[in-house]
Ligand binder design. Structure first.
Ligand SMILES: Cc1cc2nc3c(=O)[nH]c(=O)nc-3n(C[C@H](O)[C@H](O)[C@H](O)COP(=O)(O)OP(=O)(O)OC[C@H]3O[C@@H](n4cnc5c(N)ncnc54)[C@H](O)[C@@H]3O)c2cc1C
Length: 464
């Protein structure tokens, strides 16, 4: 705890800064509510508090625990990514920022009620649904969304009993070739003893100890130049003990001569893919295997008695548009079937509308906005903002989300300076008025966290 206290003091000093940012704005405290405690919510709060002495922020969270996908998305073997939690913890322990967990905005309190207590409300509630493939057999047992699988191994409440069929076959197919797909492949193929050293949930380790999965096939609609994962994640995969990454040499050959012309990040990634590629002869029966399969679209889940037995794929051809800028996959009319017991779709997350008052673009899956200011039919709604994945769509890493949150915070500061924030009933504390709920404050959460850690240590000790 002493670490927290000294860090809080240090950060409090850094918050004593820029009152000038609000000069010309309202007198007295400006109260902002943020909906969602992921990186978008916390970074928006951080920027507001750092820039303006007279801002107080309440962060509302539907779960009893903070930090969104940092806790329930980021893979348990990537602890360095989760370090940002320390910074957010420091912020939540200051008296200018209050975490209010276990309150679902849109269900427990509606947006207009919330707005009546605050000068500004920021919607930063992420993307909690997932896209579906829309193919026959998708409801069969053995088909799971990446979101539920990730939530399961990260211990999101409600997912601990996910009934995965890890022991009914040796092959899993993942539809999608992004970093989330690689996270899942890595968790499925990492030796159990290595996994036990990570932050993974004990129920996941127990279930994975019965896993028979030795081969994971990651399927992409387009070719090697269009994969969405990044070099760091692929390199990590190629170094996984007792596991071979299989990229067919013949799939990479057509790109050999154009690699030098690619933009730098794509060039380095494609070089690594070429270097990793082989004819597969070095793979032994003892190895676990990750195979990358290109130019295939899912057509049908092959199921018997509603249990997944395989997946039918259409082979695609790649068509470049006239100026070579965009590459499209077009079905060739040829098909193939892969036998597998599990299919994981990792084709993206999706935001939803949590309140009819929010102007939500169902097609794009984002809140209509301009620089984070919520816009309805071309008119800005004063005092209503959005930030993070629900603002720009469910792509981008924590750093992208941070920059995005800073933009929204900048808009709030500017509007406050120009007297554009509504004067609401800010003298009242919403917590005194809402009845029948059990909010979890940050101090309560710290106790939960402590107990969780104690149990984790006990489990690790009894499993060594
Ligand atoms: C599986 C996965 C792994 C990832 N790994 C990495 C990585 O290794 N490195 C990296 O940089 N980035 C990673 N990312 C990306 C990163 O997690 C996102 O950029 C970031 O979390 C988006 O932040 P957000 O705050 O918009 O959404 P979220 O993190 O989803 O936060 C939204 C919060 O809002 C809450 N909420 C939802 N509805 C309500 C409501 N009605 N009322 C109140 N609260 C609500 C949610 O419970 C959640 O806590 C990963 C993403 C995924 C999906």
């Amino acid at each position: 705890m002493s670490w927290y206290i000294s860090a809080v003091k240090c950060l409090s000093r850094s918050f004593k800064s820029n009152n000038a940012a609000l000069s010309g704005g309202r007198r007295g405290l400006t109260r902002i509510a943020i909906v969602g405690s992921g990186p978008a919510g916390f970074y928006t709060a951080h920027h507001l508090i750092k820039q303006c002495d007279d801002v107080r922020v309440d962060i509302f969270e539907a779960l009893p625990v903070p930090f969104g996908l940092i806790r329930f998305g980021v893979a348990p073997d990537h602890p360095e990514v989760k370090n940002v939690i320390n910074q957010f913890t420091t912020l939540a322990l200051t008296d200018r920022c209050r975490f209010i967990g276990n309150i679902n905005i849109g269900t427990d309190i509606n947006i207009n009620q919330l707005r009546s207590y605050y000068n500004g409300v920021v919607l930063a509630y992420g993307a909690e649904e997932d896209k579906t493939m829309g193919i026959k057999g998708e409801d069969s047992y053995g088909v799971f969304s990446a979101r539920s699988f990730v939530s399961w191994y990260n211990g999101l409440p409600g997912y601990e009993n996910l009934n995965l069929n890890l022991s009914s076959g040796d092959t899993a197919v993942i539809i999608g070739q992004g970093n989330v797909a690689l996270d899942i492949a890595r968790i499925l193929l990492t030796p159990l003893d290595t996994l036990k050293e990570t932050d993974i949930c004990s129920h996941a380790v127990d279930a994975l100890s019965f896993s028979k999965i030795k081969k994971v096939i990651m399927v992409g609609r387009r070719g090697p130049l269009q994969v969405a994962f990044t070099i760091k994640e692929l390199r990590e995969m190629t170094k996984l003990p007792q596991c071979k990454t299989m990229i067919k040499h013949k799939d990479m050959l057509p790109y050999k001569d154009i690699i030098s012309e690619l933009p730098r990040p794509r060039k380095r990634l494609t070089e690594l893919m070429l270097k990793t590629s082989s004819d597969g002869r070095d793979i032994s029966n003892d190895d676990n295997v990750l195979e990358l399969l290109f130019c295939r679209s899912p057509m049908e889940i092959i199921a018997r008695n509603e249990i997944t037995k395989g997946i039918k794929l259409e082979i695609n051809e790649l068509i470049e548009d006239a100026n070579g800028g965009n590459t499209t996959a077009v079905g060739s009319g040829e098909y193939e079937t892969i036998d597998c017991s599990m299919v994981l779709r990792s084709i993206g997350y999706k935001s939803r509308n949590i309140d009819p008052e929010i102007p939500f673009d169902e097609k794009l899956g984002i809140i209509n906005n301009s620089k984070g200011r919520v816009v309805n039919n071309g008119t800005t709604i004063n005092g209503l903002y959005c930030s993070g994945w629900v603002k720009r769509g469910p792509t981008g890493v924590i750093l992208t989300t941070m920059n995005d949150a800073f933009e929204t915070a900048g808009s709030i500061i500017e509007d406050n300076k120009n007297g554009m924030l509504p004067s609401s009933n800010t003298a009242r504390d919403i917590l005194n008025d809402i009845k029948g709920f059990e909010p979890v404050l940050f101090e309560d959460w710290l106790k939960i966290d402590e107990e969780e850690k104690r149990r984790g240590e006990l489990w690790a000790w009894s499993n060594t």
